[in-house]
Design a protein. Structure first.
Length: 249
């Protein structure tokens, strides 16, 4: 038997990186899966990778209005939802003086506003004993230069873990977070840096990890499976840091 047999799951940002690996792990553990994405190439690739049984939806993760459409599509496909993994987001790193209002708003829309309004839209869809897992970040806990806005967005969603837990536990909905350290995913390739700059950034980050390496998407996905499963039924309002010791040593 799989650890997620019979469960119905939605993963935002599930067409690449951690989200795609989580979708694979969920399917391996017996869940039915829906994923969202914005990039048409990764959407097509996800359909091929996850198979015909997966529902793959194009969506703007930062649009509050769009979250209602996602909730309606999930309800039509699954009737009810057992697992929500809020994974979609953006990691833009820049010094304070380089930030524009447009980029600031984009980060908060994708990382904070969209996830909040998706939870709101899904409230009538969640099954009893549902689990919400939020993708946080070690950056909410450390003072990494150039991460001011990104870290603030992740601190905000980690705050949701506690406040939403208090609000939703009476409905049988658990909320927890997995907060990764640096992970080998396409995310770092989206920072807009030249290859030599990207290597410098990666080497600098790796030097801050006591484990001495980047983590893998599968290591994060395994932690998400735990929170999504009934194994964590007594775990509410918690954050699991999977960061190679970056935040605590």
């Amino acid at each position: 038997m799989g650890r997620l047999d019979g469960k119905r799951a939605l993963i935002t940002g599930g067409t690449s990186g951690i989200g795609l690996e989580a979708a694979r792990r969920f399917i391996e553990e017996g869940a039915s899966v829906a994923v969202t994405g914005t990039n048409l190439k990764t959407i097509d690739a996800a359909r091929a990778a996850l198979g015909e049984g997966a529902l793959v939806l194009a969506s703007d993760a930062g649009s509050a209005a769009e979250q209602k459409n996602i909730a309606a599509a999930v309800q039509k496909h699954f009737a009810q939802l057992d697992i929500l993994f809020l994974n979609a987001g953006v990691a833009q790193l820049a010094p304070v003086e380089a930030w524009t209002e447009e980029n600031f708003d984009r980060s908060f829309n994708l990382n904070v506003k969209g996830p909040f309004f998706l939870v709101q839209a899904l409230l009538p869809v969640f099954a009893p004993k549902a689990s919400i897992v939020i993708n946080g970040s070690v950056n909410a806990h450390i003072g990494m230069p150039n991460s001011s806005v990104y870290a603030a967005t992740k601190a905000a969603v980690i705050s949701f873990v506690r406040t939403l837990s208090g609000e939703l536990i009476g409905r049988g909905i658990r909320v927890n977070a997995v907060s990764p350290g640096p992970i080998n995913t396409p995310l770092y390739g989206k920072l807009g840096l030249a290859p030599e700059q990207l290597k410098q950034v990666a080497d600098s980050i790796k030097g801050q990890v006591p484990e001495g390496r980047f983590g893998s998407a599968r290591e994060i996905a395994d932690a998400v499976v735990y929170f999504a499963s009934d194994e964590s039924a007594f775990t509410v309002g918690s954050e699991l840091l999977v960061d190679g010791g970056m935040s605590g040593i």
